[in-house]
Design a protein around this ligand. Structure first.
Ligand code: ADP
Length: 495
């Protein structure tokens, strides 16, 4: 358990785990959007608050401006300005604005002279600044200085009768209140952000483990099959991806089962085939033993039968060994340049005595001289089996024709006979191990049912092909096609 947790932790750290990746993606996306939202909202708030403040103060300044005009503020003397009751009201209004917004308001007349300063320090001074001059041309201006924490505004006082700018109000107000609200908002955003972070972490861990769970299910199901608890096909349909993995696994399982079945069939067949001659030998020997004073002729007769059964057993074992050798994929072919005409002649010479015994005519038709890169021993085995079958499964006075031909890529050996032929439904099975069309007949003529399996293996090892056409009662034709040059690599296929 500890080992499993440790290995999972290691995979999490190395980011090879899907769970860790999903977790990190959600975490990054969550944190990024929460930070983005926080700064976005705060920035937006500041902009809005400054705009609002400018609009409110502008409105109030415009009202004061109207009061200034209606009270002829610019046309009277300075001392009178301070003592007349209506002027006192205007001054109070200006003071209120400057107190309310923690700022300073200066009234500048057409001669660019400060006629009123709520701070009381610049009255009588002349102000020549670009903003003031532009304001006299009718331009209302505002500027937010974030660094120094104030908003500066210039508001023209326009005589509604003449339409001229008679004065300018130069106002600067503090942004302290906005900053205080921002700080409070920021504090709350930090608390909320931290809470969100905890939520996002919990959510990402939960979601990542939920999303990765189907893959655990796949692993569990495969482990169950591996441990032998189940050999059923598995199904995890949660994702298309898990379905792909599971489908591939099920196919592999099916293939392995088929291989296992064929292995078991093969072992059962081998045991059966090897047991048959043994049973015959035992029956023959037993019947000799129970007979006291059995005549010497009987002994001889039974002994001959026993020897023929031993020969048969031997033949089966030899064929099995040949087949096993072909089955070894790693088995290297002993490739050499071989004259196929000479090889065929040699094979036919060896088989001619058997053909003669059955009075079967054996003909070799060579269309051209063929030299090919082949494994001589294995090709001899394959061709011998084909010609031997053509003789074995032939009728009296029949014929066997072996035709050798080639094109620029491959050579072909066609073995035709005038024999029994193969029933159509058996054609698909003749290359199977121990398959015989007629068991008793094949056994009678010494067949083991392994010959064509060996032939097909040998041909496929040469990257060749074997085809058969046959008609019952008329004869068969086997055609083997093999490339003239051997292409190495990839390992040989077996039947
Ligand atoms: P066997 O050792 O029994 O000959 P093979 O694998 O060589 O086994 O052949 C399988 C079966 O195919 C044979 O039992 C036989 O019935 C059939 N067969 C093979 N070659 C021929 C042929 N030329 N003509 C008719 N039947 C054939």
């Amino acid at each position: 358990m500890a080992k499993k947790i440790f290995s999972e932790l290691k995979q999490l750290i190395s980011l090879r785990s899907l769970r860790a990746r999903i977790c990190i993606i959600i975490l990054v996306a969550g944190v990024f959007s929460s930070v983005f939202m926080r700064y976005g909202i705060l920035d937006n708030y500041e902009e809005l608050a400054v705009e609002n403040r400018i609009a409110t103060v502008s409105n109030q300044l415009m009202i004061v401006g109207n009061h200034l005009l209606s009270n002829s503020y610019f046309t009277i003397k300075t001392d009178e300005r301070n003592y007349s009751s209506s002027r006192a009201v205007i001054n109070a209004e200006l003071e209120t604005i400057s107190n309310l917004y923690e700022g300073r308001v200066m009234i500048i007349n057409a001669a660019l002279k400060v006629v009123k300063d709520t701070y009381g320090i610049s009255e009588g001074k002349t102000i020549i600044s670009e903003e003031v001059i532009r304001c006299f041309q009718g331009e209302t201006m505002s500027h937010y200085d974030k660094e120094h924490g104030y908003i500066e505004m210039t508001t023209p006082i326009i005589d509604t009768v003449s339409g001229t700018v008679v004065g300018v109000m130069l106002t600067s107000i503090s942004n302290d209140a906005i900053m205080a609200t921002m700080e409070e908002l920021n504090r709350k955003a930090v608390i909320l952000g931290n809470l969100m972070l905890v939520g996002i972490v919990a959510f990402s861990v939960l979601l990542s483990s939920m999303l990765a769970r189907p893959f655990d299910k796949v692993a569990d199901a495969i482990n169950e099959v591996k441990a032998g608890y189940s050999d059923e096909t598995i199904s995890v349909p949660n994702y298309v991806e898990t379905e792909y993995i599971v489908d591939a696994f099920n196919q592999l399982l099916k293939r392995m089962k088929a291989l296992d079945d064929s292995r078991q069939d093969f072992v059962a067949n081998v045991s059966h085939e090897l047991k048959t001659p043994m049973t015959s030998i035992k029956v023959l020997a037993d019947s000799l033993l129970v007979q006291e004073n059995a005549p010497a002729e009987l002994y001889r007769e039974f002994m001959e039968d026993i020897v023929s059964e031993i020969d048969r057993e031997n033949q089966i074992i030899t064929d099995l060994l040949a087949l096993v050798k072909m089955d070894k994929k790693a088995q290297e072919l002993n490739i050499a340049s071989v004259n196929i005409n000479d090889l065929t002649e040699l094979i036919l010479r060896r088989l001619r005595p058997i053909a003669r015994k059955k009075d079967v005519e054996l003909v070799f038709e060579s269309m051209r001289t063929v030299v090919a890169e082949v494994d001589e021993v294995k090709l001899t085995l394959a061709m011998t089996n084909l010609v031997e079958n053509a003789i074995k499964y032939n009728k009296e006075h029949g014929w066997v024709r072996v035709k050798l031909d080639a094109d620029h890529q491959s050579f072909s050996v066609a073995v035709s006979d005038s024999g029994l032929g193969i029933p159509e439904d058996s054609l698909a099975h003749i290359y199977e191990r121990f398959y015989r069309v007629d068991k008793s007949h094949s056994r009678e003529i010494g067949g083991t049912g392994l010959g064509l399996a060996i032939t097909k293996s040998a041909v496929l090892m040469h990257r060749g092909s074997i085809t058969v056409t046959s008609e019952e009662g008329k004869g068969s034709r086997f055609v083997v096609k093999i490339p003239l040059t051997y292409i190495a690599g990839g390992g040989g296929q077996t039947a």
